[in-house]
Design a binder for this molecule. Structure first.
Ligand SMILES: Cc1ncc(COP(=O)(O)O)c(C=O)c1O
Length: 420
């Protein structure tokens, strides 16, 4: 009885293992939950209480399908940190940026349409694209993120084959899962291709303000081009994911369609959540709070890099993020991260296997490690346990002469080091 599209909605093979991974004795480097224990909960409690007392009949009422004007104005201030000069009229509030992704795919993609995405890319986006029966074609990355030559080549090849490429989905800052960032020059190169070949770009940027090496946030792609770029933002990593408040900044026509799609999906995003975020932004020094988060994530990132340096066996490599939550680890040749996961969980460490971040089964030699949630000493202990598991796995492989299963890539490779 299910619709065709429901076949694309499949549980990840590692879901059941995550239940085990959440046991207290397991160090979980798997999830991407922000550590919000540094939030001023007593202050927020007071603000919410005042909000209900003073504006309860508004905050608990239905609202506009586009979202409330006050928060859309404040969002423009937040985006100015990344040099975006957006207008509140062009902002649509969503239930997290995840719903922005859903609405965009809904309005742009028919079954069989192609979405270009980094190799690797965010698992939640891949799930949404699959639910709409869009085909994902991955584009290679190098140490500066998405590779422009590979993008151009992919686009031309797909179009020559009669495929309809609807957009490029990219996470330019601290990519989930690769931890890589496109420098400014790289952004410009990608935008030049979008201009020349008339390509829409969906820029997903939940981590951009979480720079952790003291650097200023880079200008968003949207700040450089307001015709080809649809921008997705979120308060999930910079404030609180439980409120489910994100947004889309879109060119005028796209914004109209998004509001209609939002109305048909939810009638209106939660007014209460928007008011809570709005009150927080108005009454708390959110820029100083960002600095608190930055320092906390820096300590954890440093712990992870130190732990990896100490405990990873030769033949492993990993990325060095300058912000965000994730490190992308490549295992020594011949190891399979998915096959190894049950043994890692038995050794009380969990991670997300690289295959979760590809639509086509690639990534078996990779692991995404998150440093966002566990405290630094647990992160170091997690890397120690992981190092042992990898060493054992290598011993088993050498003893039995096993080789991991390799897939034929459907990635468009580009020149330069391939970070698959
Ligand atoms: C790249 C990326 N996009 C979107 C999301 C969804 O975030 P939200 O909580 O705003 O829906 C996440 C969450 O982890 C993410 O990493």
């Amino acid at each position: 009885m299910y619709a065709e599209r429901a076949h694309g909605m499949t549980a990840s093979a590692v879901r059941s293992l995550f239940a085990v991974a959440n046991r207290p004795e397991v160090v979980s480097l798997a999830g991407g939950m922000p550590n919000i224990s540094d939030l001023p909960l007593d202050v927020i409690g007071g603000l919410v209480s005042d909000l209900i007392k003073d504006h309860g009949t508004q905050a608990l009422q239905y609202g506009s399908g586009q979202g409330e004007l006050m928060i859309r104005e404040q969002i423009c201030e937040v985006m100015a940190e990344e040099q975006i000069h957006g207008h509140p009229d062009d902002v649509v509030i969503t239930h997290g940026s995840q719903q922005g992704l859903d609405l965009l795919t809904r309005i742009f993609c028919d079954p069989g349409d192609v979405i270009l995405a980094e190799a690797p890319s965010y698992v939640g986006a891949l799930g949404t694209f699959a639910a709409y029966q869009a085909e994902v074609v991955h584009v290679a990355m190098d140490e500066h993120g998405l590779n422009p030559q590979a993008l151009r080549q992919a686009l031309l090849t797909l179009r020559a084959a009669g495929k309809r490429v609807k957009f490029l989905y990219t996470i330019p800052n601290f990519n989930n899962p690769a931890g890589l960032t496109q420098p400014l020059e790289r952004r410009k190169e990608i935008l030049a291709i979008a201009d020349e070949l008339d390509l829409l770009i969906v820029e997903d940027n939940p981590y951009g303000l979480l720079t952790i090496d003291g650097q200023d946030p880079l200008p968003a792609m949207r700040s450089l081009d307001d015709t080809h770029v649809v921008y997705l933002g979120s308060f999930s990593k910079t404030f609180a994911p439980g409120l489910r408040v994100g947004w889309v900044l879109a060119p005028h026509g796209v914004r109209e369609k998004l509001v209609l799609a939002q109305e048909s999906a939810t009638l209106a995003p939660s007014v209460f959540s928007q008011f809570v975020v709005s009150t927080y932004l108005a009454h708390w020094d959110w820029r100083a709070q960002l600095d608190t988060f930055r320092a906390m994530y820096r300590e954890r990132r440093d712990a992870m890099l130190r732990g990896l340096t100490e405990h990873m066996p030769p033949g492993s490599t990993w990325t060095h993020p300058t912000g965000g939550f994730f490190v992308w680890l490549t295992l020594p040749e011949g190891l399979d991260s998915q096959a190894m996961l049950p043994r890692a969980v038995s050794a009380r460490v969990a991670y997300t296997p690289g295959t979760a971040f590809y639509a086509d089964g690639m990534g078996s030699r990779n692991i995404r490690l998150s440093y966002c949630f566990p405290p630094p000493e647990r992160i170091i202990e997690g890397t120690r346990r992981l190092g042992e598991v990898i060493n054992n796995e290598r011993d088993i492989n050498e003893t039995f002469g096993l080789k991991s299963f390799t897939h034929t890539p459907r990635i468009h490779p580009g020149p330069g080091p391939d970070l698959r």
